[in-house]
Write a protein that binds this ligand. Structure first.
Ligand code: ZN
Ligand code: ZN
Ligand code: ZN
Ligand code: ZN
Ligand code: ZN
Length: 334
């Protein structure tokens, strides 16, 4: 009898096996949508713990995410969350993040760029909590958090340096960090070197806040911020990808000290700033290579190529010139 019922269920619309296979390749909001489709998918989503070890919250979910919903989602990892990336999740607070971290002490990568409701003090508490519990944290991204001072930065670095002792144990499964005291001492002697080596990894302006470069593990430093060698403030400090520059380190600095090309991340000297139709800056080399507006001869940077309009004779027009061509100007609209 029960076999008959199961068969009937199968025939009535049990999801195709392929649906379960793709779950691991979906974005968080797609997984959550899938779980609402039917009971079998809900069960599959809830029981597949691996899906919840690595959580990346980006648009369109980020603007809606609250402390409560984050706690609910992260609880599916059953305490084994390893990567938590909250991209621009403006409603997440210090308390919300701390609760998640307390329930998930094995977080290794914590990325909270532009989570503007989180404070430097909140981040310190979170990092200290993780250091106390497991010492797993080896990557922290906090660009866009307000009021972060040098004192906060130094405290964070101090805690993150400690965590490096354990990162060398990565060959072991993550839940078996049984490190002997003697071994720890040996590792500690190499600590400074490891930290400095890891902070040498270049960071490029044109790849900032890109979810794809985050997912591919590009430019993964221990902490994303640095003290700018020019203005001595705690900021994102970018390296210059231009071949002539990268050896000299002269144009390493924050965006306030060194203007950079939106397309290639290279420094833009005072002699060659070229403004795109979007207002972003391009270096002369990039400016020469990209298509320009037929009317004002300005290009769009890589980020804004979808802003192009086409005129009736299919030539390229920027938004401003397109609006002008319809008989009104920006100033008329304003
Ligand atoms: Zn600077
Ligand atoms: Zn360029
Ligand atoms: Zn340069
Ligand atoms: Zn134009
Ligand atoms: Zn642009």
């Amino acid at each position: 009898m029960s076999i008959t019922i199961m068969e009937a269920e199968e025939q009535e619309g049990h999801p195709h096996m392929a649906m379960f296979m793709v779950l691991g390749h979906l974005q968080l909001y797609e997984i959550l949508n899938m779980s609402g489709v039917c009971k079998s998918l809900l069960d599959a989503v809830n029981s597949d713990i691996l899906l919840w070890h690595r959580l990346i919250v980006e648009s369109p979910l980020n603007s809606k995410l609250t402390d409560e919903s984050l706690l609910k989602i992260t609880s599916k990892a059953d305490g084994r969350l390893k990567t938590l990336a909250l991209m621009n999740c403006i409603h997440i607070t210090d308390q919300g993040l701390l609760r998640v971290v307390e329930q998930n002490p094995y977080i290794k990568e914590l990325h909270i760029p532009a989570c503007t409701s989180i404070t430097p003090e909140g981040i310190l508490k979170v990092v200290e909590a993780l250091s106390r519990r497991s010492n797993c944290l080896t990557n922290l991204s906090i660009n866009g958090i307000y009021n972060l001072q040098k004192e906060h930065y130094h405290m964070l670095v101090l805690n993150l340096r400690k965590n490096l002792t354990l990162e060398t144990e990565q060959t072991q499964p993550p839940f078996y960090y049984h490190i002997q005291f003697e071994h720890n001492v040996v590792l500690a002697s190499n600590l400074r070197l490891d930290y400095d080596e890891k902070m040498q990894q270049p960071v490029y302006y044109h790849k900032r806040s890109s979810v794809s470069s985050f997912e591919q593990g590009e430019n993964r430093r221990i902490i994303d911020l640095e003290i700018c060698p020019k203005c001595v403030e705690v900021r994102m400090v970018y390296d210059c990808p231009k071949v002539d520059c990268c050896k000299r380190k002269e144009c390493k600095g924050c965006i306030f000290c060194i203007p950079r090309c939106e397309n290639c991340g290279g420094c833009v000297g005072s002699e060659e700033p070229e403004e795109g139709a979007c207002g972003d800056i391009l270096c002369l080399e990039c400016w020469l290579q990209v298509p320009k507006c037929n009317f004002c001869n300005k290009p769009y940077c890589k980020q804004h190529t979808d802003w192009w309009c086409t005129s009736t004779d299919s030539s390229l027009l920027c938004r401003v010139c397109d609006e002008n061509s319809h008989g009104y100007t920006y100033t008329d609209v304003l």
